[in-house]
Write a protein that binds this ligand. Structure first.
Ligand SMILES: [Zn+2]
Length: 186
């Protein structure tokens, strides 16, 4: 009859699929239930204790631990999760998307009757400015040189021609990426 009594007493508690009696395993090192051991500063010592006294539980824990180090682990370590998120954020920030891709072409007066054409932004398309300057010089048979961080000055008014030539020479630069700044005053 002892069995019957037990069932009655525990009527509110037992749930299907759960083995009874419930046993909480306490760690001999930190005296906490063993699932809290990992939050204990001396977790390494706890592990040693578990390895000696509760080898089966120890194995489970080690497996969980390995999972956490992997790509998608058990995931009950909040700190590690946060670090991963931060890492991904850093990766995005590193991407070179802060400078919009944009080439500008403008005309600037040079002397009383002549003009020069100023091209900027080619380096936003990873184009070697020296190579580009040489191309322009050859194409338009005039002086062309790198004059700044991302600026080429072509001796002569070739602005209109550049709208055809640049997309032809570098197909990745669609005409839409080229902005006509008009006439600049220098
Ligand atoms: Zn412990």
């Amino acid at each position: 009859m002892a069995d019957g009594e037990d069932t009655a007493t525990l009527a509110a508690g037992p749930q299907p699929g759960v083995k009874y009696p419930l046993s909480v395993l306490y760690c001999g090192n930190c005296s906490m239930p063993i699932e809290y051991c990992e939050y204990y500063p001396e977790y390494e010592k706890c592990k040693h204790w578990l390895e000696k006294n509760l080898p089966a539980e120890f194995e489970k824990m080690v497996k969980l631990g390995e999972g956490d180090d992997g790509a998608d682990g058990g995931g009950n370590d909040d700190d590690k999760k946060r670090q991963k998120r931060g890492g991904k954020g850093m990766m995005k920030a590193k991407k070179k998307d802060d400078t919009p891709k944009q080439v500008t072409i403008s005309r600037a007066p040079r002397g009383k009757k002549k003009s020069v054409t100023v091209v900027t932004g080619l380096s936003t398309f990873d184009i070697d400015l020296k190579v580009a300057a040489k191309c322009f010089g050859t194409k338009f048979a005039c002086g062309s040189s790198v004059t700044g961080d991302d600026e080429i000055v072509i001796q002569g008014d070739v602005k209109d021609d550049l709208f055809d030539f640049i997309p032809e020479k570098w197909p990745e630069i669609d005409e839409d990426f080229i902005e006509d700044l008009g006439d600049l005053k220098r």
